[in-house]
Design a protein around this ligand. Structure first.
Ligand code: GLU
Length: 445
């Protein structure tokens, strides 16, 4: 058995019930055989097994009182996965599906993503099985305060810097920071990113993941002498990533005809009215179906999955993991798709990834394509340390350069290791080598 297979077998035995985590590990390991062949020192140092094991996993109780006065208990997580490149860095996800396997898959992906940005950030991830849907602002505040009452002792601007993910946006980061400041008694705003502009947030952070995704996809299309202009696009999701991907794609001349939430999707052949989506989803926190109230000529289709049966040139899964299955991938290919850009983390199953690559569809993998969010978080940390802020244009142009560089590095590594133009393999290799070298240099801990 090869070194890669034997390590994967051990990881499977030890983490048997964590399907998302095993899926993420398997996908990365697949790209690494040629790297390990060329670098026997990584095998000698048992780097694969070390990189797959989190440095530290913290699981804690989060008690809070709901609007009816009933005491609720949720489970909180923070995984400090890999600190070789910098302070642990990565978002918090509040969603009822959260359990250790989800946080571990996200933290594992974050290692390579953060390394790809070229900025000094290690990997961390956290969250809770708390469901913010339908909760009042006061309930969300009490939950966040309780969450931070435990978390504060584990984080810090040079230790671990959380941010948002699904279910955690500007509102939650504000409540979390307020509680951190109250407990610590210091204005240490570099401890969280994705903050509001009034207390140290960065301009363009809100837009960064979605904009970065489009910069990356456009760069990928340019390799084929194409651009995003004039393309028809389907986006799943209607949260932060989906919203700003839609905004940038539209600004570059593409037409986004569908977006979704966890209940169903809207198809508007004239092009999605993004101002309305922002109002409904971002401000009023309503269901996407309400789009029909002012656009009766659009269609609302209940249920998930079917969104990928719509004809389009580019699919941007920006909702959650395992959104595009093998069946969906087949339908997309049959409908003449040219590219898929992963805005969410691990939105395509491994079978879908394999199929799309086989069919020569341009695939922008999440670790590379959605790295603009965390890269801009790192820019927020830099601004916080300087106690200074850059303009929107300055941050946006740094973001664009980072995305173009990630693309170039992933494409070059893929070629160097015999994968041709395969950004999935290339991104895994670049991220892995950067972290592996830093771990080797720091000894065997
Ligand atoms: N949750 C985002 C991600 O998956 C952003 C993390 C951050 O900004 O730290 O990369």
């Amino acid at each position: 058995m090869s070194y890669v297979s034997s390590v994967f077998e051990r990881i499977k035995a030890r983490n048997a019930n964590e399907t998302e985590f095993l899926q993420a590990v398997e996908e990365v390991f697949k790209s690494l055989e040629p790297v390990l062949e060329r670098h026997p020192e990584y095998v000698e140092a048992n780097l694969l097994e070390r990189i797959a094991e989190p440095e530290r996993q913290i699981i804690f109780r989060v008690p809070w009182v709901d609007a009816q006065g009933i005491l609720q208990v949720n489970r909180g997580f923070r995984i400090q996965y890999n600190g070789a490149l910098g302070p642990y860095k990565g978002g918090l996800r509040f969603h009822p599906s959260v359990y250790i396997g989800i946080i571990k898959f996200l933290g594992f992906e974050q290692i390579f993503k953060n390394a790809l940005t070229g900025l000094p950030i290690g990997s961390g991830k956290g969250g809770s099985d708390f469901d913010p849907k339908g909760k009042s602002d006061a309930e969300v505040m009490r939950f966040c305060q309780s969450f931070m009452t435990e978390l504060y002792r584990h984080i810090g601007p040079d230790v671990d810097v959380p941010a948002g993910d699904i279910g955690v946006g500007g509102r939650e980061i504000g409540f979390l920071y307020g509680q951190y400041r109250r407990i610590k008694g210091v204005f240490e705003n570099g401890v969280l990113t994705g903050k509001g502009l009034s207390y140290g947030g960065s301009l363009a952070r809100t837009e960064a993941t979605g904009y970065g995704l489009i910069y990356f996809v456009d760069e990928m299309l340019k390799q084929n002498h194409q651009t995003i202009q004039g393309k028809t696009i389907i986006i799943s999701g209607s949260g932060n990533v989906a919203t700003y991907a839609c905004e940038k794609a539209t600004a570059l001349g593409a037409k986004v005809v569908a977006m979704s939430d966890s209940d169903g999707y809207i198809y508007d052949e004239k092009g999605i009215d993004l101002a309305l989506i922002k109002q409904l989803k971002g401000v009023e926190r309503k269901r996407i179906q309400a789009y029909l109230n002012t656009h009766p000529d659009a269609q609302y289709i209940e249920g998930l999955g079917n969104i990928w049966s719509l004809k389009c040139d580019i699919a941007l899964p920006c909702a959650t993991q395992n959104d595009i299955t093998l069946e969906h991938a087949k339908t997309l290919v049959d409908n003449g798709i040219i590219a898929v850009g992963e805005g969410a983390n691990m939105p395509c199953t491994n079978e879908a990834v394999r199929y799309l690559l086989e069919k020569n569809i341009r695939l922008a993998p999440a670790k590379a394509a959605n790295a603009g969010g965390v890269a801009t978080s790192a820019l927020e940390m830099i601004q916080n340390s300087m106690r200074y802020s850059w303009t929107f244009e300055e941050v946006d142009s740094k973001l664009k350069n980072i995305m173009i560089t990630i693309h170039a590095n992933a494409a070059a590594a893929s070629k160097e290791y015999g994968f041709g133009y395969n950004l999935v393999a290339g991104a895994n290799i670049v991220g892995f080598k950067k972290v592996a070298d830093a771990m080797m240099a720091q000894g065997d801990y």
